[in-house]
Design a protein around this ligand. Structure first.
Ligand code: HEC
Ligand code: HEC
Length: 256
């Protein structure tokens, strides 16, 4: 498809998105206020079939998509988001990025006005562009959260680090919280359609956890995230977000 007509649409969308960035930590509306999704959720088989049916992705072509479709203007030139409020996409798993772009395209991921923005964008993408940009993000080193920008990202104290590492690696049986690491990997590196979360921007991380909690983000196949996020306190979520932000930084430094 031609991308020549896109930028003016994008600029309007981007302006709208900037206006909403002040809502960062606003409490989400309750699930009951949320219109029920009319889009059929994925079954595990349907998802795997859809991913297999995508053309194979080319990272160099994906870089071109990232630059010409203005993804870079929000997600950063090299996939590191320019604000804490927008997700970084660098180092993300191919399958997760592709799934999410399909979810935005179908409207399955529709948690708020920012998701609506991505829906408009994803609907302009061809399957080839989705595959290419997913391959490009997977080829980039995992992100460095822009910690210096946010008080939220103050380094963890030794006691906080110990507490959060116990929670993410061992879980908490008394609250039926499964270890995050059992799905997202010991270093937050993700696998397949389970996203990498190391180095993710803290504001986005917290917002999306709350949206799983309230049921407004409901696009995960097994509904696992809504269960775990329900049982975490706000203080836990904040600590976990800071922990994963810090993992991204050290992992990138080791370049593995
Ligand atoms: C105007 C800003 C803007 C532009 C342009 C933009 N995005 Fe986004 N993108 C966002 C925001 C904000 C979110 C978070 C939406 C939400 O909370 O659901 C997001 C979410 C995403 C996600 C999900 C990240 C995650 O961890 O779940 C992917 C993947 C993504 N965008 C890819 C792209 C691609 C590819 C393009 C270009 C074709 C693009 N975006 C263009 C603002 C933008
Ligand atoms: C049973 C496996 C499993 C466990 C345990 C799990 N997750 Fe997830 N998580 C997922 C999957 C799968 C997704 C992607 C869902 C989707 O498609 O939206 C996800 C998505 C996320 C996202 C959204 C990432 C993004 O870029 O938008 C965050 C943040 C997250 N998980 C954090 C956590 C934390 C923190 C814990 C521990 C308290 C945890 N997860 C436990 C499987 C799991």
């Amino acid at each position: 498809m031609s991308t020549a007509s896109i930028p003016s649409t994008w600029r309007a969308l981007a302006a709208a998105a900037w206006l909403t960035t002040g809502l960062t930590l606003a409490a989400p509306a309750h699930a009951s206020e949320h219109a029920p999704a009319t889009i059929r959720p994925w079954s595990p088989v349907a998802l795997q079939t859809a991913l297999k049916e995508l053309p194979s992705g080319n990272a160099a072509a994906g870089k071109n998509v990232h630059d010409t479709m203005m993804c870079a203007s929000c997600h950063g030139a090299s996939g590191n988001a320019s604000t804490m409020n927008w997700p970084s996409v660098a180092g993300q798993r191919f399958d997760y990025t592709a799934k999410i772009l399909l979810d935005y395209r179908s409207g399955l991921r529709d948690e708020d006005e920012r998701a609506g923005l991505m829906t408009s964008i994803a609907r302009l993408m061809t399957p080839q562009q989705i595959a290419d940009v997913s391959a490009y993000y997977a080829s980039l080193p995992r992100p460095v959260a822009p910690q210096a920008q946010a008080a939220l990202a103050a380094p963890l104290s030794a006691a906080e680090h110990k507490r959060v590492e116990q929670l993410v690696r061992k879980g908490d049986a008394s609250r039926l919280i499964t270890a995050c690491a059992s799905c997202h990997g010991l270093h937050g590196e993700g696998k397949g359609t389970t996203p990498a979360i190391a180095g993710q921007t803290t504001d986005y991380f917290i917002r999306t956890m709350r949206l799983y909690h309230s049921g407004e983000r409901h696009n995960d196949v097994y509904k696992g995230m809504s269960q775990f996020s329900k049982r975490l306190s706000d203080a836990d979520t904040l600590l976990i977000a800071r922990y994963y932000a810090s993992l991204g930084q050290s992992r990138t430094a080791k370049a593995d």
